[in-house]
Design a protein around this ligand. Structure first.
Ligand code: ACO
Length: 384
């Protein structure tokens, strides 16, 4: 191995790629801070809109600032004319994450200033995308199930509006509170893979739509945002709390499978978001009188945490583990879990895009070439 390769790190683990004022992820102690505020305080007290303001502006909003932002988001929630009609022509088998990635990219075609990367235009696009992504997600759910999309309600906050557009009925306060807390908890998280991809795209002087499209494509993977859906599928496969030990011993102990929703590149202690979501998912499970999946998940977590390999490798539940239970209990379709993650993360991604623009340099790492050298050219007719 050359010096260059030795200096690198597989998967860029522990590589610091720059500075950010947005969030601190303290993996050793299991702490997460957005712009100086503890995630537990924000999940308990702040609305998603307050956190959006905090991420974009660097301080908590006054009442007036919050109302102004909320109204601006409500005013931007509708999709440009014609987009819903195009979505209706998509194959109904298209997955929600693929639809989201495609429609976000398509929105740039409807924006005359898509390539204007000035701070004011980028801030406007951040607001527009944050407001529209829940509308896209809910509309696709209705279209693919043969129902007419529901226009955004111009007086509801983002959490309630999402549930309203999905179901066509007003959500109750408990359901809205769980979605709101979920959106707060997932809105920002340091230099995770999707955020990094958004910053790489931005660093080439590309536009906000391209950066967010890149990030959605990166979030989709099962090792990242796709793990919430995979976790729920795993709980279904296990089926009963009584099968937890056998499933773990046959699949995880043999090295065939990973426990989806456990393990994290940075957290070597319990993900603080998982702790909040565990209690939220329990409250939802009790409220709906369906503790089956919560009980199964907590039994699997407990069993895994007693395993010597999990202890040695510091594998704990991550944010996706209990969010799967919370969202499933709310009746969100499993393949809409990751789009909901994207709804939460647009403010964080766009805040990173704005931060990247404020002090940009092309992100272009190096690689060690380990392929053949000095091969002789062979004309095509002589190749076998
Ligand atoms: N179940 C069982 N073993 C695991 C798990 C798991 N969930 N996660 C990691 N391990 C083991 C690996 O097998 C490996 O063991 P080894 O050293 O004996 O080969 C060791 O722990 C380290 O694993 P890596 O894949 O090298 O760790 P990395 O930091 O690259 O990966 C990741 C982190 C991708 C999150 C991993 O823990 C994982 O695959 N978890 C399941 C998927 C998941 O929940 N992803 C969501 C992450 S949170 C988010 O993105 C929002």
């Amino acid at each position: 191995m050359t010096d260059k390769a030795a200096a690198a790190s597989k998967g860029l683990a522990n590589v610091v790629v720059g500075q950010s004022k947005l969030s601190l992820v303290n993996g050793a102690e299991g702490k997460l801070i957005y712009r100086g505020y503890k995630i537990e305080d924000l999940a308990e007290h702040a609305s998603f809109e307050e956190v959006i303001y905090l991420l974009w502006q660097g301080a908590l909003p006054t009442q007036f600032q919050l109302v102004t932002l909320t109204k601006a988001l409500q005013g931007e929630a509708s999709l440009p004319e014609g987009v819903i009609e195009i979505m209706k022509r998509f194959p109904h088998s298209a997955t929600p994450m693929s639809v989201l990635r495609t429609v976000v990219s398509m929105l740039s075609l409807y924006d005359a200033n898509a390539d204007d990367n000035s701070p004011a235009e980028n801030q406007r696009k951040a607001l527009s995308l944050t407001a529209k992504v829940p509308t896209i997600t809910a509309a696709w759910e209705r279209i693919r199930t043969g129902k007419e999309p529901i226009a955004p309600h111009h007086e509801l906050g983002m959490a309630a509006n999402f549930l309203y557009m999905l179901r066509g009925t007003m959500p109750d306060a408990n359901e809205t509170a769980v979605i709101d807390a979920y959106l707060v908890l997932l809105s920002e998280h340091g230099m995770n893979a999707s955020t990094f991809s958004a910053r790489v795209t931005t660093s080439t002087l590309s536009d906000m739509y391209s950066a967010i499209t890149t990030a959605i494509g990166t979030l989709k993977g099962a090792a990242h945002g796709g793990a919430n859906e995979e976790a729920m599928r795993m709980f279904f496969e296990i089926g009963e709390a009584a099968h937890v030990e056998t499933w773990f011993n046959e699949n995880v102990k043999t090295g065939k499978r990973r426990v989806m929703g456990m393990g994290h590149r940075v957290y070597k202690a319990l993900d603080p978001r998982a702790a909040v979501l565990k209690s939220k998912s329990r409250i939802m499970a009790e409220a709906t009188n369906n503790l089956k999946w919560y009980d199964l998940a907590s039994k699997l977590e407990k069993y895994a945490r007693q395993d010597e390999e999990f202890i040695k490798k510091n594998l704990y539940a991550n944010v996706d583990y209990y969010s799967a239970i919370a969202l499933y209990t709310l009746g969100i379709p499993m393949d809409q879990f990751t789009p909901l993650f994207a709804i939460a993360r647009i403010p964080g991604w766009s805040a990173h895009v704005l931060e990247q623009w404020a002090d940009n340099r092309l992100i272009r790492p190096d690689v060690e070439y380990v392929g053949p050298m000095d091969l002789e050219w062979v004309p095509i007719e002589k190749r076998s």
